[in-house]
Design a protein around this ligand. Structure first.
Ligand code: OGA
Ligand code: MN
Length: 258
């Protein structure tokens, strides 16, 4: 077990991220670790299509969002039953009508992350401290080329692993996209929304992203279609060798239409 020293570099990054003053661009480079052998062109594209904006919301705004969500989400039970599901130890809901101050935050998300409109129902995912989002690709049938997420309450590590483009064909436009039937699990809703193609770390390339609490990530195009995404379980939650403690995490996810 690695002891997380008070002045470890990752701690310092996180601490700096939690301060408003620092320029975003100077911090962003430190939040992505490229692992495996990346073809130059793929990495260039990935840089454009997977972005993290730290301190996207203030502490007050985080609290405002949490206060609106908590009464609804706390009535639901965390799902730990289905081991096959893409997400384990979570509860989720959707919300269309938001308090004005939170609507304003979502409008900011739309402006920064999307070309046009976002889907009217915003997805709220509450991941228990023991919860995990396993590697998956959001279905092209239900979700367009961009997915954004605000992280509340906890830092976490998101991993994006290159899928085998030959085996797992995703088209960049949702209409008539060839869904990989062999990967889907039939009628369960989770299976329809989230496909779990096999993507191994061996002989492959992938990226670990440090998602600080209150950051916004924007995952689009290549990053959205050609990579699985996952949130590492608390036992695996480390970034470049330094543990990143993950507690309960709520994400507010906006998507556009296919
Ligand atoms: C999902 C997902 C990521 C997140 O719900 O499909 O990948 O940030 N969520 O919670
Ligand atoms: Mn997803």
């Amino acid at each position: 077990m690695i002891i997380l020293s008070k002045c470890s570099p990752i701690r310092q990054i996180l601490r700096r991220c939690h301060r408003q003053a620092v320029e975003n661009s100077s911090k962003q480079a430190n939040l992505t670790a490229y692992l495996g052998k990346w073809p130059e062109k793929e990495q260039q594209e990935f840089r454009q299509h997977m972005r993290i904006i730290t301190d996207f919301i203030s502490e007050t705004e985080e609290q405002q969002l949490h206060e609106e969500i908590e009464p609804y989400i706390s009535r639901l039970r965390y799902e730990f039953d289905h081991w096959d599901d893409a997400i384990h130890g979570f509860r989720e809901t959707e919300r269309k009508k938001w308090f004005p101050q939170n609507r304003e935050i979502l409008e900011r998300v739309r402006q920064v992350a999307f070309d046009g409109a976002i889907m009217p129902y915003v997805h709220i995912l509450d991941l228990a401290p023991d919860g995990v989002i396993k590697p998956h690709v959001d279905s092209t049938r239900y979700c367009g080329n961009t997915i954004s997420g605000i992280s509340l309450l906890s830092d976490s590590v998101m991993r994006l692993v290159r899928t085998d483009a030959q085996r797992y064909q995703q088209k960049s436009s949702g209409t008539a996209a060839a869904e990989p039937e062999s990967e889907s699990k039939g009628s369960e809703p989770d299976a329809a929304y989230r496909h779990q193609p096999k993507a191994s770390l061996e002989n492959n390339f992938y990226a670990d992203l440090l998602l600080p609490r209150r950051s916004l990530y924007i995952m689009s195009h290549t990053a959205r279609y050609n990579f699985t995404h996952e949130i590492l379980a608390k036992e695996q939650s480390e970034f470049q060798g330094t543990p990143v403690p993950k507690t309960r995490r709520i994400s507010i996810i906006c998507r556009n239409e296919p």
